[in-house]
Design a protein around this ligand. Structure first.
Ligand SMILES: N[C@@H](CCC(=O)N[C@@H](CS)C(=O)NCC(=O)O)C(=O)O
Length: 238
């Protein structure tokens, strides 16, 4: 098992010139991209459960994808996908549940029914929250995203007596949100000179605590690389 604190070496992404791995040979593989927030969710879970030796990471270059990925691995042609027991499964939120249920290691789903219910409620909001934030980028993001970040600040108050995470303890809800909040924090700071945690002490503390979780730390996006991708994709700059 990779030791906590030791940085996992990031192997180069596979592109259109790369050979496929020996598919369906019994190895479990998680296909990701180093910049994809959806893939990052499953990567964090894999690390947190200590599955570095059980689930091999296969990084894909999304700008120059290998044809075999769509043809032989995952016809939807997106990351993440997980090759396990002769099948390939996708969709990051489903994969979080699948890895939690089908592999060894600590569970990220609390047993307390009130926490389970609140967790589902927070997850049901996540696609709207991220879409709302992305939709403001060509307008006035600092003003227009206040309610989205305030929602997170309020949510972090619900179980704060148990800890700084959404359900008190670290859970799948934190894993689902942090890749997006990480990117928003970078973009707001770099492109709009705005700190999304200003006036939001719980959000600030949440990010600070997550930064201490090695399973997450290992997966963080390279900020410069992400800003470049963001400018091209969301602001139409070359
Ligand atoms: N709903 C999917 C979304 C996955 C997704 O959109 N992944 C993006 C990368 S972040 C992708 O693979 N897009 C295809 C491409 O860029 O070619 C999930 O939660 O897993």
């Amino acid at each position: 098992m990779a030791t906590a604190g030791v940085k996992e070496v990031r192997t180069p992404s596979l592109n259109s010139t790369s050979e496929p791995p020996s598919l369906f040979d019994g190895t479990s593989r998680l296909y990701i991209s180093y910049t994809c927030p959806y893939a990052q969710r499953v990567w964090i879970i894999r690390n947190y459960k200590g599955l570095q030796d059980k689930i091999q990471l296969v990084p894909i270059d999304l700008q120059d994808k290998p044809a075999w990925y769509k043809e032989k691995v995952y016809p939807q042609n997106k990351v993440p996908s997980l090759e396990h027991n002769g099948k390939v499964l996708g969709e990051s939120l489903d994969l979080i549940k699948y890895v939690d249920a089908n592999f060894e290691g600590p569970s990220l789903f609390p047993t307390d029914p009130a926490k389970r219910e609140f967790g589902e409620q927070l997850i049901s909001y996540i696609d709207k929250m991220t879409a709302d934030v992305y939709s403001t980028f060509k307008q006035d993001p600092v003003q227009q995203t206040c309610h989205s970040f305030d929602y997170l600040e309020d949510a972090l108050g619900k179980f704060d007596e148990d800890g700084p995470f959404f359900l008190g303890e670290f859970s799948w809800v934190d894993v689902a949100y942090i890749p997006f909040v990480e990117r928003f924090q970078i973009v707001f700071s770099e492109a709009y000179k705005h700190d999304i945690t200003a006036g939001r002490p719980k959000l600030a503390a949440w990010i600070e605590e997550l930064d201490k979780v090695d399973a997450y730390k290992q997966t963080k996006v390279n900020p410069q690389e992400f800003v470049e991708v963001f400018k091209k994709r969301f602001l139409g700059q070359q």
